[in-house]
Write a protein that binds this ligand. Structure first.
Ligand code: GDP
Length: 296
């Protein structure tokens, strides 16, 4: 069913290959090269595509292809499985327990959709009976607190922040302490996404993390950042213990191949995707439909 959705350039490449009378190494290579191009266009990182190509050549036996009539299916299945494998870092994200306080810190570049996603994440859990709270530890961007406040008010979620205080670590600690006292079981800390200098941003993330000791750090990434995904994800992972990824703006044109890079760079699973600007446009991540879209 999912495989039937394979579309666009990839299915054309497979079609061409199955039309060939003899399936030799050249035909398979041409087909894999076409598929590589299509995946690069979907923003899958070059190295991941190249590794996948090597793996597929190991898995796909040319003799089987030459003899059987299911050539397309064999290759489709191999590509599909390889992509799913890249999206599985081998261990699930930290499981939060309802009723037991968890601190979740959000990191990501400005514009990635971090503040919006914090509220979506809080709202999602609130609907499931949690008692979430939002802390705005972004003191760099003017308007960050107002934005969080507005979102939180709309969702009727308690929030904490300050117009005056310029120390993000202080606000984060105060907010977390306050909501622990109020018995909130999901305390979400929103952080800055920009600084005068990049190094300062990562240092700030390290300090906020050290002070609030989050149970989970979620890296938020815009699906349309293309090939920059790996370096960006890796930079955050090097400063804080990223344990999960959320990909935003999946309602746009981007196929979201950067998600594979984010998983590879952070060795953490994607847990949700953002599919719009509204609070409830938020879905639990599901590998198979995601890979189908990537290939389509
Ligand atoms: P931040 O700077 O990372 O905190 O980003 P914001 O939360 O302010 O989001 C930046 C812009 O992206 C805002 O206009 C959001 O409404 C928009 N946005 C966030 N998530 C999504 C999404 O999943 N889909 C769409 N279409 N827009 C989104």
């Amino acid at each position: 069913m999912v495989l039937a959705q394979l579309g666009g350039s990839i299915s054309r490449a497979l079609q061409q290959m199955s039309n060939a009378t003899i399936i030799d190494e050249k035909v398979l290579n041409d087909c894999l090269n076409d598929i590589t191009r299509a995946l690069l266009q979907s923003d899958v990182q070059f190295k991941l595509v190249r590794d996948m190509q090597t793996n597929i050549k190991k898995i796909v036996n040319l003799d089987d292809l030459a003899a059987g009539h299911n050539k397309r299916k064999i290759i489709q299945q191999a590509i599909f499985n390889e992509l799913c494998k890249i999206l599985d870092p081998g261990k699930p994200a930290f499981t939060l327990k309802k009723g037991k306080t968890s601190v979740v810190m959000f990191v990501g570049l400005q514009g990635s959709g971090k503040t919006t996603t914090c509220t979506k994440y809080a709202y999602y859990h609130q609907k499931k009976g949690w008692k979430p709270a939002l802390v705005c530890a972004d003191t760099f961007r003017a308007g960050a607190f107002d934005q969080l406040k507005q979102n939180a008010t709309k969702a009727k979620i308690p929030f904490y922040g300050s117009y005056m205080e310029s120390d993000p670590v202080k606000i984060a600690v105060e907010g977390v302490e306050r909501f622990k006292k109020e018995n909130c079981d999901l305390i979400i800390v929103d952080t800055s996404g920009r600084h005068k200098q990049e190094a300062a941003l990562f240092e700030e993330m390290r300090q906020v993390s050290e002070a609030t000791k989050p149970d989970l750090v979620i890296f938020v990434m815009d699906s349309s950042i293309g090939q920059a995904a790996f370096d960006q994800a890796q930079a955050f992972k090097q400063s804080v213990a990223v344990g999960a990824v959320i990909i935003t703006k999946m309602d746009g044109h981007a196929k979201g191949g950067g998600a594979l890079s984010a998983v590879a760079a952070t060795k953490s699973p994607v847990i949700f995707i953002g599919t719009g600007e509204h609070m409830d446009e938020f879905e639990v991540f599901d590998v198979k439909p995601f890979v189908s879209r990537l290939l389509g």
